[in-house]
Design a binder for this molecule. Structure first.
Ligand code: PLP
Length: 423
């Protein structure tokens, strides 16, 4: 099968295309204005107003004060920094609360802390991916240093009640950090009305480049830097500022504010049309996660009796990009930790695909996906060892299943990557 050259991109929660406006804003800082913003002479110092301007634009996106914004290298660093700071400044408090459905930026950092004798509570979620805030209320202890809970889930799009969570933390005197990486341009963000202490963003989820992020730190919150070095970011994060990327991030923030309405009307309608058509026309499919409150661009669908990996390979042949929450590890496909926490069966989780739409998706692209998907599922089901007639359909030989699926998808598939990550 020859590879389709046009790209049909339905994986905007993994990363987004850099907007042309963002590239345009960045270019002067990669070509003529490449000085160091901290230099005293004009060639360097002329950059500083652009750094300030980007900071102001990002502050406006979340209704913060520019002084409350610290640039980092990515969302992962921002999450790690918030938790690190809270623990470093309260040595007597060795307990952290997060959820079982966080991004690996939190899950793995939690595991790292556990190996260093910290206690980490991973709050469970309901079967629709929602969080019972009473469980949080009960989990907070006198030695809890920080609660870190995502605003919206990257795999299901399920949105958590951040304002209520912040209120609980405030009433108990515990710091609250939220990973809001998936939210810009999709939800209205207001750190003042929600009352969070820390908030993480990552530029590559909002049409700016990878490798730049920010941490919002509420005024007067005690803070201990994670990256220690120069005096940049008012002493809160060492390292020469990545000016082109920061400027691009600032421009993207401005765009995200102006496209919020489009994302919540046009993109939402595209997502709903896609989801409804799949659930209606393809038998044995079910949405994972609550219908609402949910990000307007995300749908996560289980295709029973097939492996998501095989679906994705066949979609890839047609130029269609989507993803599964599964992380491949040698010899097995681990079901997504998010779906597992939602009590989705391993079989169903392994057949689940996330489609995350974005500003550049069109009706025609959704039509193209809908034209091909039913045939792919029928073809895979026809050769699936996970046949509905199998009484024991949760017990199957993964290796054989994958080989058969890969063969059907026209792939000679090498052993899965041990370091596969979920994005
Ligand atoms: N948090 C969430 C919810 C994400 O989806 C991601 C990216 O996939 C991250 C954190 C990590 O962001 P970054 O890739 O900038 O480190």
């Amino acid at each position: 099968m020859s590879r389709q050259t046009k790209l049909y991109y339905f994986d905007n929660n993994a990363t987004t295309r850099v907007a042309p406006e963002v590239v345009e804003a960045m270019l002067p800082f990669l070509t003529e204005m490449w000085g160091n913003a901290s230099s005293a002479y004009h060639f360097g110092s002329q950059i500083k107003p652009h750094l300030d301007d980007a900071r102001a634009r990002l502050a406006a996106l979340i209704n913060a004060d520019p002084k409350e914004i610290v640039f980092t290298s990515c969302g992962t660093e921002s999450n790690n920094t918030a938790i690190h700071s809270a623990l470093a400044l309260s040595p007597g408090k060795r307990h952290v609360i997060t959820t079982a459905v966080e991004h690996s930026a939190n899950i793995k950092y939690g595991e790292f802390l556990q190996r260093r004798a910290y206690e980490v509570t991973y709050l469970p979620v309901e079967s629709d991916g929602s969080l019972d805030i009473h469980v949080l209320d009960q989990a907070i202890r006198p030695d809890t240093a920080i609660v870190s809970i995502m605003w919206a889930n990257n795999e299901t799009g399920v949105v958590f009640p951040i304002e209520e969570i912040a209120a609980i933390c405030r009433s108990k005197g515990v710091l609250f950090h939220t990973d809001a990486v998936q939210t810009p341009g999709k939800l209205k963000l207001d750190v003042k009305s929600t009352g969070v202490d820390f908030l993480s963003l990552s530029a590559h989820k909002l049409h700016a480049p990878k490798g730049i992020g920010l941490l919002y730190i509420k005024r007067r919150t005690k803070f201990q830097p994670y990256v220690i070095g120069g005096h940049q970011e008012r002493g809160r994060r060492g390292g020469t500022e990545n000016i082109p990327y920061i400027v691009g991030f600032g421009r993207a923030a401005e765009l995200a504010m102006s496209t919020l309405a489009d994302e919540n009307t046009r993109v939402r309608a595209l997502r709903d049309r896609l989801e409804q058509a799949i659930l209606k026309t393809i038998p044995n499919t079910v949405r994972n996660g609550a219908k609402e409150p949910r990000l307007p661009n995300t749908t996560n669908i289980a295709f029973d009796f097939v492996e998501a990996e095989a679906i994705l390979m066949m979609l890839d042949q047609l130029g269609i990009c989507a993803s599964s929450g599964s992380a491949c590890t040698t010899g097995s496909v681990d079901p997504s930790h998010v779906l597992t926490a939602m009590n989705v069966s391993p079989m169903r989780a392994r057949g689940s695909v996330r489609f995350s739409l974005g500003l550049y998706n069109t009706d025609d692209e959704v039509d193209y996906l809908l034209k091909h998907l039913p045939g792919i599922i029928s073809k895979l089901r026809a050769i699936s060892p996970l046949d509905s007639k199998h009484p024991d359909n949760d017990q199957f030989d993964l290796k054989t299943a994958r080989q058969k699926h890969n063969h059907a998808a026209g792939h000679s598939h090498s052993e899965p990557d041990d370091d596969a990550v979920t994005v």
